[in-house]
Design a protein around this ligand. Sequence first.
Ligand code: DAT
Ligand code: MG
Length: 139
Amino acid sequence: MSTNRTFTMIKPDAVKNGHIGGILDKITSAGFKIVAMKYTQLSKRDAQEFYAVHNERPFFGELVDFMSSGPIVAAILEKDNAVEDFRALIGATNPADAAEGTIRKLYATSIGENAVHGSDSDENAALEGAFHFAGREIF
Ligand code: DAT
Ligand code: MG
């Protein structure tokens, strides 16, 4: 069953490069409603836990260091078919492969520093949203 929510982060590279506004505009213009949002920073431990599924990958240390290197914007988004439509809006993991007009094509600098996160399944969207937000922070 598909649900109508996904989870995103505007990653430290995009925040540092001044792209919060541009990315939020792409998100809301594409029909996503923001139901939770915060400006925060992950500790190393938070990043290790959030990305635990990748802990055997060669880039894990780099990923954890990067994701905890500066502030991020975390948000829960609502739209019909949210997970799939948001993955289409952000584009391929590697910006070199991302389609024209996608957020990663516009704003990402490399495969590791790729501007945004998007959940890859309804189950992960729920887990990732709950990792960052208490029920009372979701509207
Ligand atoms: P996605 O973020 O598109 O879901 P993923 O889940 O495969 O991609 O990987 C999570 C993050 O890890 C990704 O956004 C950036 C980093 N990453 C993935 N593959 C990488 C690689 N080959 N080298 C460096 N970082 C990588
Ligand atoms: Mg992923």
